[in-house]
Design a binder for this molecule. Structure first.
Ligand code: NAD
Length: 344
């Protein structure tokens, strides 16, 4: 199977590429412009086996078309995107161009060149501030999952740009027979357990990454944004999923589409941890009591965001292997330590 992976030099994409390379059934081609991805991640992955890496920007539509002219792909796994929520509010057009327009072009090429399967990285940000969450602000916090069919209501251009992309993929599928799996990821964290690769994102805002950076001394402190939420300890609750379990879902999706209809799935563990719990866990696995300060709530941060993952479990038979906050934090911390030693 010839697989095209966009954004394969980035955090999540590189973990999927690792799994693809570990299975000899797949021939892998990665396109990445290296804006937030890393060439040395590609070089590390080449220790598993050789694959084609093309440094190209998806906005260069002629160049991307040229790649399709030279190679026939069976599936596209599309990770490449811009994903910083506050930046999307300041620069919405960057998000509509990089995320939505470039996805439309890629879907167009998939149709034109007969690619059968399209797997797309969407996000829980398409749900936005749902009625359930708004109600939870007033009522006692309820650990209710967000359903795949739950109405979407993105509250920032990032979420909206992904929702538009979802619609483009769905419409193309209806009209031209393209098959798709859309994954709405919850909070992705951790590193490959063998520490071959992990998250290298610069200036990351992801909680477990930030806490791990504090534990290794890269940051001198971190903040908890909001301690007065209607949750048991007053801090926000999120559904953290280990990056390798998420990566595994993508491999499952390739086979799933052979015999099943296109669909949208939440990918998370279906239960949450609070910001305080996460910080305590990183402190525990690292043995470092780093400095944490309280800060006001951020705009539009829902109190609780937990997936309902019953659909992916039932329909795709996806069974997570690393559903353990301590393990997630341990791999993130160990990876951060390794990164720091390599940077010395
Ligand atoms: N990290 C999370 O917690 C999370 C949560 C929900 C959804 N997602 C989605 O998962 C996907 C991957 O996210 P990530 O965390 O790995 O981010 P990342 O920034 O590490 O990876 C994105 C990759 O895409 C590349 N890229 C971006 N624009 C490109 C373009 N125009 N042309 C070619 N390459 C381009 C970047 O260089 C990078 O390597 C994104 O689509 C994101 O929206 C991530």
């Amino acid at each position: 199977m010839n697989i095209l992976v966009t954004g394969g030099a980035g955090y999540i994409g590189s973990h999927v590429v690792k799994l693809l390379l570990e299975n000899s059934d797949y021939d892998v081609t990665v396109i990445d412009n290296l804006v937030t991805g890393f060439k040395d991640t590609v070089d590390t992955l080449r220790q598993i086996r050789e694959f084609q890496f093309i440094k190209a920007d998806l906005s260069n539509w002629n160049e991307i078309k040229g790649i399709f002219k030279t190679k026939k792909f069976d599936a596209i796994i599309h990770f490449a995107a811009s994903l910083i929520v506050p930046e999307s509010v300041e620069k919405p057009l960057k998000y509509y161009l990089n995320n939505t327009a470039n996805t439309a072009n890629l879907v167009n090429l998939a149709v034109e060149y007969g690619v059968e399967k399209f797997i797309f990285s969407s996000t829980a940000a398409v749900y936005g501030e749902t009625d359930i969450q708004l109600k939870m602000e007033n009522v006692k916090c309820k650990m209710e999952g967000i359903r795949g069919e739950f109405p979407t209501n993105p509250i920032n251009p990032y979420g909206q740009s992904k929702l538009f992309s979802e619609k483009i993929i769905q419409d193309a599928a209806k009209a031209y027979g393209l098959k798709y799996v859309i994954f709405r990821y919850f909070n992705v964290a951790g590193a490959s357990p063998d520490l071959m690769i992990g998250q290298k994102t610069k200036n990351a805002t992801h909680l477990i990454k930030v806490a791990s950076e504090c534990a290794v001394g890269k940051r001198d402190k971190m903040y908890i944004f909001g301690t007065d939420y209607p949750t048991p300890d007053g801090t926000c609750i999120r559904d953290y999923i280990h990056v390798m379990d998420l990566a595994d879902a993508h491999i499952k999706a390739l086979d799933y589409l052979d015999n099943n209809k296109s669909d949208i799935f939440n990918v998370g563990y279906g239960r949450g941890a609070s910001v305080k719990e996460v910080i305590d866990t990183v402190k525990k696995v690292s043995g470092v009591d780093f400095k944490v300060e309280n800060a006001p709530r951020r705009v539009a941060d829902p109190a609780v965001l937990i997936s309902d993952n019953s659909k992916i479990q039932q329909k795709m038979g996806w069974i997570p292997k690393y559903d353990d906050l301590e393990f997630i934090c341990k791999t993130a911390y160990e990876w951060e330590k390794k990164l720091m030693e390599n940077e010395k």
